[in-house]
Design a protein around this ligand. Sequence first.
Ligand SMILES: Nc1nc2c(ncn2[C@@H]2O[C@H](COP(=O)(O)OP(=O)(O)OP(=O)(O)O)[C@@H](O)[C@H]2O)c(=O)[nH]1
Ligand SMILES: [Mg+2]
Length: 370
Amino acid sequence: MSDLSPRLPAWVPPGAGRAFACREMPGIPAPEPAPAMPAVVVLRPAPAELAERLVAGDRSALARAITLVESNAPRHRSDAREVIEMVSSRAGQARRIGISGVPGAGKSTFIEVFGNYLCDRGRRLAVLAVDPSSSLSGGSILGDKTRMELLSRRQECFIRPSPAGGALGGVTRKTRETILLCEAAGYDTILVETVGVGQSEIAVRSMVDCFLLLMIAGAGDELQGIKKGIIEIADLIAVNKADGNNRNRVRAARAELERVTSFLNPFTTNWRPPVLAVSALEREGLKETWAEINRFFSHIAESGEQTERRKHQALAWWRGLVEQELRSRFFSDPRIASQAARLETEILAGLKPPSIAAEEILDLIIPNLA
Ligand SMILES: Nc1nc2c(ncn2[C@@H]2O[C@H](COP(=O)(O)OP(=O)(O)OP(=O)(O)O)[C@@H](O)[C@H]2O)c(=O)[nH]1
Ligand SMILES: [Mg+2]
């Protein structure tokens, strides 16, 4: 044991006796080194655990899996892929229904009341959105959660705002994968909402079985080109706001739309899209809408079109993904990047025809063996 009694310092003058006041105190023994703190680990469930919880109906596991799917980080992408692979055998059982309509048509209000109607009848509902514009505005359904107040509080319903993701391609990939996850989690009805103003309704059409178009009675403009394009892909049309003194206008719009649909080639074989009048505000026409949706699903089940459509959609999805991924991997390959810059300069200077330059750069990676 060390001597802990005070001593005179080494620098005191020789002969300094006890009168010298300075004393050197011995240090105290160093404490044992503290055990190293374990590194802070953020607990992220492994994909297998997440998949297990998800199929057991755990909503937070579903939300987390969707977040992985929506992430663009490579690690999340690989985790997401694992989860999807593990749960995909349980997907595919739901009715996938798209809902579109111009801004203000009443989509959110309709989904709130129709969603509640479906939940009351024992359906388990997932509401998703494809809205590329919302990456700027923050997500229309997100704001809508207040409009879908009752629905968002129901245990049988899962509402997910549209993924922020820039290009429509990215958003639709995420929504497609989200549909699979929701199905694996036991949701039997998937509503995919989109604004009917651009390409997004075509994208939604390619991921659902049934496409419901919500319209409003316009000033005789039902035949406008933009709307006609959307009418052509609809399986069901519902003219909303059939209430108060708007009823007559809705009646007229309905008659006009019925006339139009009788001329058009139906999107679904041997199915003429019915035109309904509904009022989301007064909760009218919900029963009729659901009856027509049921009739539609019986029709495509009997004709085999549901199966065929899904097969076709799966192939188109796969092909789209391959094309998208090829493009992005091609242009991010360092061998391509340097050559691309050179070829672009040559094209701009008129030294090389674009077709020759295209062959040249493609040959670097994928030689044309034909
Ligand atoms: N009178 C009447 N008004 C309705 C009805 N449904 C919706 N509205 C009103 O129409 C307006 C637009 O409704 P939303 O549900 O926000 O429409 P939306 O299609 O979701 O609109 P965006 O999200 O902007 O594309 C709101 O003021 C609603 O209260 C209805 O059945 N009757
Ligand atoms: Mg809305």
